[in-house]
Design a protein around this ligand. Structure first.
Ligand SMILES: *Cc1c(COP(=O)(O)O)cnc(C)c1O
Length: 503
C-alpha cells in the first residue's frame, strides 16, 4: 500500500509561507545593482581580461561541500564577482581568435536578466515569450529566404539543430512509421558531407542510429575549400547502384577548420536530381548571407536547403546558448517530433492555447526564453551593424592572411576565403620536424602569457595554427599586432639555444 499523503505541515514550518524570495528587498536590490555594475565593469575593461587559468584558490572557494550552510545573496554575489566572473573562457577578449566562439554584448546581458526574471517555459502555451520566439523565427525565415511553410525553433546550438534537421530528413526517407518501428527493417541509408565536416554532423548520424559508416566524406577542392560536386554526384550514384538509399547531403557553410563553403547551389541541384534532403550546417558561415560581397556569394543557394542549422551565439554575439533549426517543410518537421500525450495538447483558449507548441518541433519540452536575447540584439544593434561585424571579420582574416604571406617566419596553409586563416611556422626557418612543436608552442605561449589566442588544429594530417575571427571587438590594429607578436615570438624561439633551430 502506498503511504497516504498528508497535508500536515511540519510544525516548525512558518505560517507566513517562507519562500526563497528575499526577506529584505532593499538589501537584495543593493546586491543586485552592485553585481550588475561588476558585470558592466568587466565588459568595459574587457581588454584587460584575457583568459586566465582557474586558480586553486578560486577552485577551493567555489567547491560545494556536502553540507553547505546557506550564505545568502550578498555573499553569493561577492563570490561570483571574485571567484567566477574573472575566469571566463577568454572568448570575450578582442584578440581571441582561437575557436569559433561568440563574444557577447551588453544587450545580451540585459536580456538575460529579463528572461531570468520572467522564467518562462517556452515549450508551449500562450504567453509573451513564445510570441517573441515566433518573431525571431519569422525574421530568420525571411533573412535566409525560406518560404512561409518553414518552421523553426531556437535550440542549444547547431549540434542540436543538426540532429533535428537530420531526424526530419530520416523521417522523410523512411516514413513516419519509424517512430514506432525504429529503423531496423529499413533500407541502408547513406549521407554525404565534405571532408572535415563538423563533429556535430557525425554525432547526429550516430544518435539517429544510422552509424557513422553511413556518412561518406567527399573531398574538397583545394582552391574553394568546398565540396567537389562532381564527386558527390558520382558517389551517390554508385551507392544507389550498390543498394543504398542516399537520403541526405549535409552542406557545410563555414568549415571550422578552413572557413570553406560548399557550393550550395550545386548541392541543391544534385539533391533535387537524386531526391535527397539538403541540410546545411551554417553554424557561423550562414551569416555571410548578410555580409558584403565577395563573402555573401559564398552562401548562394542557402535558401534552397531543406533544413538549415546555424547559431546566434557565434557570429551574432548573442550570449550562449542559442542556435536555430529551420525546416522548409513545417508539417513534416512537426510530424517528426509531435507528442501525443494529452497533457501536451494545446487547448483553444487561455494559457493552454498558443498552438503550435515548440515542444512539438524538437527534443526539449522545457525550454528557456532564448528568443529575448536574440530579439534584444537585433533590435539594439540592427542588421547593418551586425552585418558589418561579419564583413569586417572576413576582411581581418584576409588581412592576417596577407600578413602571413609576407612573413619570413610564417606560411599560409589554405587560402583565406572567409573568416578563418590557417597558417604554420615556416619550415624554412625551423626544421620541418620541429614545425609542429613550434606551432604548438606559439598557441600555448600566448594562451599562458596573454596576447593573440590562436588554436592548433589538424588539417590534412598536419598540425597548423588557426585564427577564426567572429569577434565584434577585434580591430584592424589587433590583427596586425597579433601577426607581429607571433613573428616576434618565432624569432625569440630561434634565438633560444635550446630551441630547435636547425635550418
Ligand atoms: C560550432 C559549430 C557546430 C556546432 O555548433 P554548436 O552551436 O557548438 O552546437 C557545428 N558546425 C560548425 C561548422 C560549427 O562551427
Amino acid at each position: 500500500m502506498l503511504p497516504k499523503a498528508t497535508s500536515n505541515p511540519s510544525p516548525d514550518w512558518p505560517e507566513n509561507g517562507d519562500s526563497l524570495d528575499p526577506r529584505d528587498w532593499d538589501a537584495a536590490r543593493e546586491t543586485a545593482h552592485k553585481l550588475l555594475d561588476a558585470c558592466l565593469d568587466h565588459l568595459q575593461n574587457i581588454r584587460d581580461r584575457p583568459w586566465r587559468p582557474f586558480p586553486s584558490e578560486a577552485r577551493q572557494a567555489t567547491a560545494l561541500q556536502q553540507v553547505v550552510p546557506p550564505v545568502g545573496l550578498e555573499t553569493v554575489a561577492e563570490a561570483m564577482i571574485h571567484e567566477v566572473l574573472p575566469y571566463g573562457s577568454g572568448n570575450t577578449h578582442p584578440t581571441f581568435f582561437g575557436w569559433v566562439q561568440g563574444t557577447g554584448t551588453v544587450a545580451g546581458l540585459l536580456a538575460e536578466m529579463v528572461s531570468a526574471t520572467m522564467n518562462s517555459n517556452c515549450g508551449g502555451r500562450n504567453h509573451g515569450a513564445v510570441y517573441v520566439e515566433r518573431e525571431v523565427i519569422a525574421w530568420c525565415r525571411e533573412r535566409f529566404g525560406f518560404p512561409a511553410t518553414t518552421s523553426g525553433l531556437l535550440v542549444t546550438g547547431t549540434s542540436q539543430a543538426t540532429l533535428i534537421g537530420l531526424a526530419v530528413a530520416r523521417q522523410r526517407a523512411l516514413g513516419s512509421r519509424i517512430r514506432q518501428t525504429g529503423i531496423r527493417d529499413s533500407p541502408r541509408l547513406s549521407c554525404y558531407a565534405v571532408q572535415g565536416v563538423h563533429q556535430a554532423t557525425i554525432k547526429a548520424i550516430e544518435l539517429l542510429g544510422l552509424g557513422s559508416d553511413s556518412l561518406r566524406l567527399i573531398p574538397r577542392s583545394p582552391e574553394t575549400l568546398g565540396m567537389c560536386p562532381e564527386t558527390l554526384r558520382a558517389t551517390m550514384r554508385r551507392d544507389r547502384a550498390d543498394g543504398c538509399l542516399p537520403f541526405c547531403v549535409v552542406g557545410t557553410s563555414g568549415s571550422v577548420e578552413t572557413g570553406g563553403h560548399d557550393p550550395l547551389d550545386k548541392l541543391a541541384d544534385i539533391c533535387a536530381e537524386q531526391d535527397a534532403w539538403l541540410h546545411v550546417d551554417g553554424a557561423f558561415g550562414a551569416w555571410l548571407r548578410i555580409a558584403a560581397e565577395p563573402f555573401r556569394s559564398l552562401v548562394r543557394g542557402i535558401e534552397r536547403a531543406d533544413s538549415l542549422a546555424f547559431d546566434f551565439h557565434k557570429w551574432m554575439s548573442v550570449p550562449y546558448d542559442c542556435g536555430v533549426a529551420l525546416v522548409r517543410d513545417g508539417e513534416l518537421h512537426r510530424d517528426t517530433f509531435s507528442s501525443l500525450s494529452p497533457y501536451l495538447r494545446p487547448g483553444q483558449q487561455g494559457l493552454g492555447a498558443g498552438s503550435p507548441w515548440y515542444c512539438d518541433y524538437g527534443i526539449d519540452l522545457s525550454r528557456g526564453f532564448r528568443a529575448l536575447k536574440v530579439w534584444a540584439t537585433l533590435k539594439a544593434y540592427g542588421i547593418e551593424q551586425l552585418a558589418d561585424v561579419v564583413t569586417r571579420n572576413c576582411q581581418w582574416a584576409a588581412l592576417m592572411g596577407e600578413r602571413v604571406e609576407r612573413s619570413e617566419w610564417l606560411r599560409l596553409i589554405t587560402p583565406v576565403v572567409s573568416n578563418v586563416c590557417c597558417f604554420t611556422a615556416s619550415a624554412d626557418r625551423f626544421s620541418a620536424q620541429s614545425v609542429d612543436q613550434v606551432n604548438e608552442s606559439i598557441a600555448v605561449h600566448f594562451q599562458m602569457h596573454g596576447g593573440p589566442i590562436v588554436s592548433l588544429t589538424r588539417l590534412d594530417s598536419r598540425y597548423v595554427l588557426r585564427a577564426a575571427i567572429v569577434n565584434h571587438r577585434t580591430t584592424r590594429a589587433d590583427v596586425l599586432a597579433a601577426a607581429d607578436a607571433i613573428e616576434a615570438y618565432c624569432e625569440s624561439l630561434q634565438r633560444l639555444p635550446s630551441a630547435e633551430s636547425g635550418r
